[in-house]
Design a protein around this ligand. Structure first.
Ligand SMILES: [Zn+2]
Length: 153
């Protein structure tokens, strides 16, 4: 960052977290010694989510976290891992560089990550987002999974 007075380079003399997602930095100019403060903040994702019924709402990280938390209930996946998964998912969403996304598309991205982490959470989540047409197809997937597990033992 350059000095607002003389346009020369500045250096950071102090950094501290002021809350969970912002950092306050004190800077000093290397030429004129002018001191000023900057705030560094994570830019929120500007994305509109289109629901199945066509209604739109702004992207909310909490919704993804809640969806994952519900799926990983009673599993080994902890809150920290859920945050990491959500970070990775958000990176994907940002990389897409789009302004609108359907809930189904988000669901499929979440599912892809969740399935790498935990089999049961993967199934639970897909039962919500892919919506198995019948209970039978869900049971079929479950038994396939259990078969896979027994094969491992
Ligand atoms: Zn200066």
């Amino acid at each position: 960052m350059i000095c607002p007075r003389c346009r020369k380079t500045t250096y950071v003399i102090d950094s501290r977290d002021i809350d969970c997602d912002a950092i306050r930095r004190r800077r000093e100019c290397s030429a004129c010694s002018y001191r000023f403060t900057t705030y560094e903040r994570i830019e929120p994702i500007k994305l509109t989510v289109v629901k199945k019924d066509g209604t739109k709402q702004p992207y909310q990280r909490e919704k993804i976290i809640h969806g994952i938390l519900r799926a990983v209930e009673k599993s080994k996946v902890d809150r920290h891992q859920v945050e990491q998964l959500t970070d990775a998912i958000e990176q994907d969403l940002l990389a897409c560089d789009i302004h609108e996304i359907s809930t189904q598309k988000i669901g499929s991205i979440v599912l892809r990550y969740l399935c790498k982490v935990d089999d049961v959470a993967c199934l639970r989540f897909s039962s919500v987002y892919k919506e198995f047409t019948t209970l039978k197809s869900f049971e079929k997937e479950m038994s396939k999974l259990q078969g896979k597990k027994q094969g491992v033992r």
